[in-house]
Design a protein around this ligand. Structure first.
Ligand code: URP
Ligand code: ZN
Ligand code: ZN
Length: 470
């Protein structure tokens, strides 16, 4: 089915302009004015922005964690993502030591393939480096198109890898053409501080934050960056929460190290005081790294604006308050870590960033879509509005006002971390490969219609001036 989108303002990471788009066979085939095509449906985007569908490079859907499983799976999670203007998610495939990587990847395909309503891909967790893993990784890259690895420097005795594993992952990724993603917190020191807090009878949610201070995120970020630099490899630091970590990234980049950073909506608008909410409600805000003292928010905005941080992920990892977060009543270490962020990612960055003059509209598109497409091997099929690109598009009303609430969100989880927040800007319609998934704020897509995306190897990202080959 052909479509022509008329009357909208096209926004990319580089430009903002008035134009019409012709969509055929799921791709953008013409950009111009007075476009026509026999049988084409006309879509009126009057008063709206039209920009590339969001790419969320950081989700945990249907993920076992802390003795339970995230509430949102690939169906509810990707539907909620679509309502929020996201058309591709890259989810973290967990692995277990001793288990063939292909089994873990198969498990993740089974979680996603009949459920995802938008396109999706996987990053692969590296929990150990040995001959079996080294033998399998070329296949992971060449056959599965998984070109990014994730190493946890925290969650001792659960996910945490040691420094040798981290360093060898950098060396291997350099050889194979993959990007190493790191959860940067010092898990050993956190483990000590956590045990000490419990021994002293400090069991409330706020101790989750107090036992994971920003110094330990800054230290781990700096350590990972130095390892990457020493190995001549490439690092992407996920969920940067504080000034200390952002400063370590800036420092590494100033030395010429290939280090990228991501932050998330929660760190820009919520702060550590949320963990002190009464009646155990602080547990709703327990995730890692934790929320920080409010002054860090300005440092993160500065890092986004100045290019020290280049992407904006959700770290979607949702657990109900009732029955899941409550597992940690009387012991904060048993609160499953994570929050529901997938749906409000774009709106929060638009409302707090673009509308308040902290970032430009083009930076917004770069942060929410284009840069992730480039870093994770999806550009220019995804992440831009260009002839030949997939017609993954958001028709976005920049003036719509609403209040975020669990009453109206589409995630399966029983609370919204941004409850009551007034925001400006709302996705009205969202399409994936030329088909509406959300139309006039109604879900019209189909679980299972999302396609698995094999990604290109990591390379020095394409600059704005380079020619695109599709
Ligand atoms: O608390 C969080 N962020 N949960 C998800 C796992 C991770 O560390 O990203
Ligand atoms: Zn993490
Ligand atoms: Zn995460």
């Amino acid at each position: 089915m052909k479509k022509i989108i008329k009357n909208g303002t096209i926004v990319t990471a580089a430009d903002t302009y008035q134009a019409e788009l012709l969509i055929e066979d799921g791709k953008i085939t013409q950009i111009g004015s007075n476009l026509s095509a026999a049988g084409a449906e006309i879509v009126d985007a009057k008063g709206c922005l039209v920009f590339p569908g969001g790419i969320d490079p950081h989700t945990h859907l249907d993920m076992p964690f802390g003795g339970t499983v995230t509430k949102d799976d690939f169906e509810t999670g990707t539907i909620a993502a679509a309502f929020g203007g996201t058309t591709t998610v890259i989810d973290f495939c967990l692995t277990n030591k001793g288990e063939p990587l292909k089994n873990a990847i198969q498990t993740w395909h089974e979680k996603a393939n009949r459920k995802a309503a938008i396109d999706y891909s996987f990053h692969l967790m590296i929990s150990e480096i040995n001959d079996d893993v080294l033998n399998e990784l070329p296949q992971v890259i060449n056959e599965e198109g998984i070109t990014s690895f994730k190493v946890f420097m925290a969650y001792k005795n659960v996910f945490q890898a040691d420094d040798e594993t981290l360093f060898r992952t950098f060396v291997t990724a350099k050889e194979l053409g993959a990007l190493v993603m790191v959860h940067a917190e010092n898990g050993d020191v956190i483990d000590y501080l956590t045990k000490k807090a419990l021994e002293e009878g400090n069991t409330d949610p706020i101790y989750h934050a107090l036992t994971r201070p920003p110094e330990l995120e800054g230290e781990a970020t700096g350590r990972a960056a130095r390892f990457a630099g020493l190995a001549g490899s490439q690092l992407y630091v996920v969920h940067v929460s504080c000034a200390d970590a952002a400063n370590r990234i800036a420092e590494a980049r100033s030395k010429g190290y290939e280090v990228w950073g991501e932050t998330c909506p929660q760190y820009l608008v919520l702060d550590q005081s949320y963990l002190e909410k009464p009646n155990f409600e602080g547990a709703k805000y327990v995730w890692s790294p934790p929320l920080r003292e409010k002054w860090n928010q300005e440092a993160l905005w500065h890092a986004l604006r100045s290019g020290t941080l280049q992407t904006f992920g959700s770290d979607q990892c949702s657990f109900d308050f009732k029955g899941q977060k409550e597992l940690g009543f009387g012991d904060f270490t048993k609160i499953p870590n994570g929050g529901p962020m997938i749906e409000d990612r774009l709106t929060i960055l638009f409302s707090e960033g673009v509308k308040k003059g902290r970032i430009s509209l083009n930076q917004f598109v770069d942060l929410t879509s284009t840069r992730a497409a480039k870093l994770f091997g999806l550009f220019p099929k995804k992440g831009t509005v260009a002839i030949g690109a997939d017609a993954d598009l958001v028709i976005f009303d920049p003036n719509a006002e609403r209040v975020i609430s669990a009453e109206t969100h589409h995630m399966a989880v029983d609370y919204n971390a941004f409850e009551g927040m007034k925001v400006t800007g709302e996705p009205i319609s969202v399409m994936v490969r030329g088909e509406f998934v959300v139309r006039d704020k109604q879900f019209v897509g189909k679980p299972g219609s999302g396609q698995y995306l094999k990604r290109a190897k990591y390379n020095t990202p394409i600059t704005e001036n380079e020619t695109m080959s599709i």
